[in-house]
Design a protein around this ligand. Structure first.
Ligand SMILES: NC(=O)c1ccc[n+]([C@@H]2O[C@H](COP(=O)([O-])OP(=O)(O)OC[C@H]3O[C@@H](n4cnc5c(N)ncnc54)[C@H](O)[C@@H]3O)[C@@H](O)[C@H]2O)c1
Length: 377
C-alpha cells in the first residue's frame, strides 16, 4: 500500500506521523511511503534520513493527499487538509472530534475512513495510542516542577533531590494512572520524597507493589489532600474521570495550605484541570502565579519534547499502520480494538461517544463497511 505522511501544519506542532525507523519497517514489508519534504525537520529527521529509510520525498502536501491510500498524521487535519481527503482513503491520526463539529462535518464530506488514535483500545480496555503521550507528560511533569521550584521561576528555591544533610523536596501526585505512575518514577529518580494519592484502591495496591514501598500511597479524599498540601513542595495533578471534566481537587482557598513558592503542575488541564485556579497555558508562557503558588498548566506538554514524543508515538502506532497497510479496511474487521478507533466512515459517525457528543446518530461500523455483517444486522 502507498502510505503518505504530510508535514504537520497545526501551530507549534513539530511531531511527524512516522519516524525513519517506522518507514524502514514498512518498506521492508513491501509498502511504499511518501513523505512531505521537511516533515521531520522539527524533530531532527531530515529528508535524507527518510530517503535512506526507503521513503520517497515529495514537495507538497497536495501530492501526498493525491497519491496515498493511507494517511498517517499526528494532529487532527486542519480545514485545508480535510478538503484534500478523498473517498475510501484511510486517515490515521489524533482527531478529538467530540468538541469539533466542523472537523466532523468535513471528514464526513470527504468519504474517507477516519481512525482516531485516541479511541483505539486494547484488550485491557486501555487506550494504547494515548498512553505514550501520558507517559511523556508524566515524566515531563516532574522536570517542569523542578524547574518551577527555582527562584528565577518564582518558586521556593527547593531542590527536589536535596543534598546530604538537607531534606529532599516533597512531591505530591494526585492521580496514579499512566501520568501519575511515570511522574512518580521520575520524582523518585530525582531523589524526591514522593506521595501518591488515588481513589482506586486497586491502583494504589498496584503502585505500592511496583515501587516496593519506596513511595507513600494514600486514598483520595479532601482530608488526605489537605494534610498533604501542607507538606508538599510540588503537586502534580494527574487525575482522569473518563468522559468527564477533571474534578476540582484543590480550591483557591486551599492554596493557603501550601508553602509560598510551591508549585502546581496541572497535567489534567486538557480535561479542564484539577485545581480551581488552573487555566491553560502554552510552551511560550507555561506558568503564572496565584497567591504565591506557581502554576504550570500546559495543555500539550509532549510538544516540548517532540522528538521523544514522535518516536514514542510511532512505536505505538506502527503495528496498526502495518495491519492497515497490509489488509486495508479489512484490518478493522479482524481487530475489534482497531475498529474502536474508527470515528467516521462513508460519511457517517461510527463511534458512539463521539456521536453523542456531537448530537448525532452513531452507525454500526461493521454493517456499514462489510457485506456479511449487513446481512446479520
Ligand atoms: N497536559 C498534557 O499535555 C497531557 C498529556 C497527556 C495526558 N494528559 C491528561 O492527564 C490526565 C491523566 O491521564 P492518565 O493517562 O494518567 O489517565 P489514567 O486514566 O491512566 O489515570 C487517571 C487516574 O486518576 C485517578 N482518579 C480519578 N479521580 C480521582 C480523584 N478524585 N482523586 C484521585 N485520583 C483520581 C484514577 O483512579 C486513575 O488512576 C488526563 O486528563 C489526560 O488527558 C495531559
Amino acid at each position: 500500500m502507498l502510505i503518505g505522511v504530510p508535514k504537520e501544519i497545526k501551530n507549534q506542532e513539530f511531531r511527524v506521523g512516522l519516524t525513519p525507523a517506522g518507514v524502514r519497517e514498512l518498506s521492508a514489508a513491501g509498502h511504499s511511503v511518501v513523505i512531505e519534504s521537511k516533515a521531520g525537520m522539527g524533530v531532527g529527521f531530515d529528508d535524507a534520513t527518510f530517503a535512506a529509510a526507503g521513503a520517497k520525498i515529495v514537495a507538497s502536501a497536495a501530492e501526498i493527499y493525491q497519491q496515498s491510500q493511507l494517511l498517517v498524521k499526528v494532529k487532527e487535519p486542519q480545514e485545508s487538509e480535510c478538503k484534500m481527503l478523498r473517498e475510501n482513503q484511510i486517515l490515521f491520526a489524533y482527531l478529538h472530534l467530540a468538541p469539533d463539529p466542523q472537523q466532523a462535518s468535513l471528514l464526513k464530506q470527504s468519504g474517507a475512513y477516519c481512525i482516531a488514535y485516541e479511541t483505539v483500545t486494547d484488550r485491557h480496555g486501555a487506550l494504547p495510542l494515548l498512553a505514550p503521550m501520558s507517559e511523556v507528560a508524566g515524566r515531563l511533569s516532574v522536570q517542569a516542577a523542578a524547574h518551577c521550584l527555582e527562584k528565577a521561576s518564582g518558586g521556593s528555591g527547593v531542590l527536589l533531590g536535596g543534598v546530604p544533610g538537607v531534606a529532599s523536596g516533597k512531591v505530591l501526585i494526585i492521580g496514579g494512572g499512566v501520568v501519575g505512575l511515570h511522574a512518580a518514577r521520575i520524582a523518585l529518580g530525582m531523589g524526591a520524597d514522593v506521595t501518591l494519592i488515588d481513589k482506586s484502591l486497586a491502583r494504589l495496591r498496584y503502585i505500592d507493589e511496583v515501587f516496593n514501598g519506596r513511595i507513600s500511597t494514600l486514598y483520595s479524599n479532601q482530608e488526605t489532600i489537605e494534610q498533604e498540601l501542607k507538606k508538599a513542595d510540588a503537586v502534580i495533578g494527574a487525575v482522569l474521570v473518563p468522559g468527564a471534566s477533571a474534578p476540582k481537587l484543590v480550591s483557591k482557598a486551599q492554596l493557603a495550605l501550601l508553602k509560598p513558592g510551591s508549585v502546581l503542575v496541572d497535567v489534567a488541564i486538557d480535561q479542564g484541570g484539577c485545581f480551581e485556579t488552573s487555566r491553560p497555558t502554552t510552551h511560550d508562557k507555561p506558568t503564572f502565579i496565584v497567591n504565591n503558588i506557581v502554576h504550570y498548566c500546559v495543555a500539550n506538554m509532549p510538544g516540548a519534547v517532540a522528538r521523544t514524543a514522535t518516536t514514542a508515538l510511532t512505536n505505538a502506532t506502527l503495528p496498526f499502520i502495518m495491519a492497515l497497510a497490509s489488509k486495508n479496511i479489512n484490518a478493522l474487521e479482524e481487530d475489534a480494538y482497531l475498529l474502536a478507533g474508527l470515528n467516521v466512515a462513508k460519511g457517517k459517525i461510527t463511534h458512539q461517544a463521539v456521536a453523542s457528543a456531537l448530537g448525532e446518530k452513531a452507525y454500526d461500523a461493521k454493517s456499514l463497511l462489510f457485506q456479511q455483517w449487513r446481512k446479520r444486522a
